[in-house]
Every structure is written in structure tokens, then in C-alpha cells.
Ligand binder design. Structure first.
Ligand code: ZN
Length: 248
């Protein structure tokens, strides 16, 4: 049985000119679950996969979990879902909170995806033509393939899901975008590997707050969503890097 692995696809923030915006692919038992879907998503998957020696990722990722609807986490979704629809003739499994489901189609995707022209006629399509919904309510446990996912709402501008993902007796924690939140640290601390964001501004986590956490917690933590000017060399917490393949 293959181990629970995390492939780092992107590590940057919304404004990055150096990286892809933050996203990862979780892999276990031959199942791949993408977490967030930034710009140039297929290229990002291809590049990270090539670095990690993992071929065929674009085809392997049939399920995407979207933590929240800021563009750096979702801008790639229209193109990726069109690719699955037209090229692979598949619906994409979309793992989202009810709060995200309420607006993702009507306020984000319907304008570009709701009408198709076949050369003669216009046809109306809906969410279910492109996606298979897997609801991810806050504070509950949801199963997706081999993964059991528990979520917690973060402190951010819009509804955002932090994750505890368990497979094969190991647990991966993902802060998603959040202000520093001791309650969230408490939620994540049981995980074997934790990805935590850091960035500027009131809705993100200052590096200093994470650097002040106990050493045992920092040792199993990797930083993501860091700004281009983040001083990686001075960080006492390791940063995740693109194309890195970690075992949970
Ligand atoms: Zn955000």
C-alpha cells in the first residue's frame, strides 16, 4: 500500500512573481486529491510532478478541494474543469463547504461556463454538468477516497476551511489562509505534518507568531503562502518548496 504523501505544487501568495500560488496534491492508495487550484494549474502540476518524478498528475487529479474563493486559490478552476469536460470527458469531484457552494457557480463560474455553443446552437449548462459535489461542512468529518477530512473555519475575509486530513493512520494539517489563531493551532497540533500559511496583513499569520510556538510543533511544520520577500534563510521553520514530495 502506497504511503500518504504530499506533493507541493505551489508555495506563493496572491501577488507572487516568483512562485505558483499555494497548492498541494495529497496522494494515498493511488488516489490524488488536489488542495486549491491557482492560476496556470495544469502547468503547475506538470512542473511540480516533473521535479518529484511523478508523471500523469493532470489526469490523476480528479478531485479538488477548494479552501476558499480568493483568486489565488481558485483562479485555475474554470480552465481545469473545462479541460476535464472537453478533453477527458469527466466531471471533476469538487470538495467544498456549503458556504462556498452557495456562491461558486452563480457568482464565479456561471458567466464563463454556463453557456456553450456547438457551432449551431447555444446550450445552457449547470454546476452538475461539470462537477460532482462532495460537501465539506465546517466542524464535521467527510470521506473522500482514502482520506477522512475534518475542517475548521479560519479567521479570514471570507469562509475558509482549515483541514485535518487522515489516511493510513497519519494526519496532515493545513491551515489554509488565516489570521494567527491559537484555536486553529490547537486543532492542527495533533497532525504529523502541518502546512501553515504566513503573510502580511490582518487576515494572515505573521511569521513571528509561528516562530514563538514550541519547538516540537515548529519541527513538524512547513510554511506556505509566504511573500516573495520572505527571508527563507532566517526562518526557524522550514518552508515548503515546489516539487517537494513529503511523506506524512
Ligand atoms: Zn485568502
Amino acid at each position: 500500500m502506497s504511503r500518504f504523501q504530499v506533493l507541493v505544487v505551489g508555495v506563493g501568495d496572491a501577488f507572487t512573481a516568483r512562485h505558483h500560488s499555494t497548492s498541494v496534491v495529497l496522494r494515498a492508495e493511488g488516489f490524488s486529491l488536489g488542495i486549491d487550484c491557482p492560476d496556470r494549474y495544469r502547468e503547475a502540476l506538470q512542473t511540480a510532478g516533473a521535479k518529484a518524478g511523478q508523471a500523469g498528475l493532470i489526469e490523476a487529479v480528479d478531485h479538488l478541494l477548494i479552501t476558499h474563493l480568493h483568486g489565488d486559490h481558485v483562479n485555475g478552476l474554470e480552465g481545469f474543469a473545462f479541460y476535464k469536460h472537453f478533453v477527458e470527458h469527466k466531471r471533476l469531484g469538487l470538495v467544498i463547504s456549503p458556504e462556498v457552494r452557495q456562491v461558486i457557480w452563480e457568482q464565479r463560474l456561471m458567466a464563463p461556463m454556463g453557456t456553450l455553443w456547438d457551432g449551431q446552437n447555444f446550450r445552457q449548462l449547470g454546476f452538475d454538468d461539470y462537477f460532482q459535489l462532495l460537501p465539506l461542512p465546517f466542524d464535521q468529518t467527510t470521506s473522500v477516497g482514502p482520506f477522512r477530512i475534518r475542517t475548521r473555519r479560519t479567521v479570514h475575509h471570507i469562509p475558509t476551511s482549515a483541514l485535518l486530513v487522515e489516511a493510513q493512520g497519519r494526519t496532515f494539517g493545513f491551515s489554509a489562509d488565516t489570521a494567527f489563531d491559537p484555536g486553529l493551532i490547537n486543532f492542527l497540533k495533533a497532525a504529523d505534518l502541518i502546512f501553515h500559511e504566513t503573510n502580511h496583513g490582518p487576515a494572515h499569520t505573521p511569521y513571528e507568531r509561528l516562530a514563538a510556538l514550541p519547538a516540537e510543533l515548529r519541527q513538524k511544520m512547513r510554511l506556505v503562502h509566504y511573500a516573495d520577500d520572505f527571508d527563507v534563510g532566517k526562518s526557524t521553520i522550514r518552508v515548503a518548496t515546489e516539487g517537494e514530495l513529503l511523506e506524512v
